[in-house]
Write a protein that binds this ligand. Structure first.
Ligand code: SF4
Ligand code: SF4
Length: 316
């Protein structure tokens, strides 16, 4: 595994990081034992960087990492104010059983305006960094404009942004726009890691090429991928270490292609519209009293499933 320094944070992270959304109720809902086995497999391959969020509801799955050394955990919260962010950080420290969460930040920011609206939370995180409760403050986003704004903020150390070879899911610009924004943020000294390298499943038809694009993008320190089995971890690690043969590529790709993902709406949907409000990709809407998914836009993140009061959305 290759490691790099995450901006100016002093943290050394593996170039491939493990996302945890896939483990929880929004996606595959693995048991803590299944998750721990997968996490240990990732650790055995040299992965030391694990991404999560309060919203994913997977802290119990990641508690296992409290017994491991040299691990970097990045989490975040939607909390907009100082008091609410304090609660979020305390919850993470308690449930992950860590005195310090290496990276903690603002979840799903959109622009300079939303960053301004979260100023209290941001100031609290900067104070927490001074006190040693965290090492670095992060911002996650699907927006080019947010990357540019966060790059200018002294409170922000790390940016977690969407990028993949087809520019899927970027909310306000093209792949080239996001590449430029991340290059600028890197120039400003921010640590960069990227999400949705596989386009939330849309790029499963050519995962090798998609991972190579992310691996070779020069203005990042790490690429976060959600893995649901050991085959996927092994494949990605081999790609990232450039140690993969043609035969291994073909074999792994055929296995990955056999497990496409899909967002399913159960028939008992009542058309309340909460999923539509939550989706950051405008991929679900209510028509004739039922939620309808636009598969061309859906990134299969499962965020909508987390807010459905009737549990009728599932990524399978
Ligand atoms: S949140 Fe659930 S019940 Fe409401 S519209 Fe969406 S799928 Fe239907
Ligand atoms: S509809 Fe939106 S929120 Fe739901 S899985 Fe697709 S992209 Fe994510």
């Amino acid at each position: 595994m290759i490691y790099s320094s995450l901006g100016k944070t002093g943290l050394e992270v593996s170039m491939l990081s493990m996302g945890s959304l896939v483990l929880g109720p929004a996606q595959y809902n693995l048991s803590t034992q299944e998750s721990e086995k997968l996490i240990q497999y990732g650790l055995d391959q040299g992965i030391n960087f694990f991404d999560t969020s309060e919203f994913y509801d997977v802290y119990p799955h990641l508690k296992y990492l409290s017994q491991k050394e040299n691990v970097v955990i990045s989490s975040r919260s939607y909390a907009p104010s100082k008091d609410l962010m304090k609660e979020s950080l305390e919850r993470a420290r308690r449930e992950l059983q860590r005195d310090k969460i290496e990276i903690f930040g603002l979840h799903e920011q959109e622009s300079a305006l939303t960053l301004k609206g979260h100023r209290g939370a941001l100031e609290y995180l900067a104070e927490s960094r001074e006190k040693g409760l965290i090492d670095a403050v992060s911002v996650s986003t699907h927006y080019v404009s947010c990357v540019k704004s966060a790059a200018m903020l002294p409170e922000v150390d790390v940016i977690f942004a969407i990028l993949n070879m087809e520019g899927l899911g970027i909310a306000d610009g093209s792949k080239a726009d996001m590449e430029d924004a991340l290059a600028f943020a890197r120039y400003m000294g921010k640590g960069i890691y990227i999400m949705k390298a596989l386009g939330g499943g849309h790029l499963y038809r050519n995962p090798y090429k998609a991972l190579c694009y992310a691996r070779d993008f020069p203005y990042k320190d790490s690429v976060c991928v959600g893995f649901k089995n050991e085959t996927e971890i092994q494949f990605a690690c081999k790609v990232f270490c450039s140690e993969i043969t043609e035969e291994e590529i073909n074999r792994a790709q055929s296995q990955i292609l056999r497990t496409p993902k899909k967002l399913v709406v159960e028939e008992w949907c009542e058309g309340c519209g909460k999923c539509e409000q939550k989706c950051g990709f405008s991929a679900i809407s209510v028509a004739d009293g039922k939620a309808v998914v636009d598969e061309s836009k859906c990134m299969l993140c499962g965020y909508c499933a987390r807010v459905c009061p009737n549990f009728c959305l599932k990524v399978i």
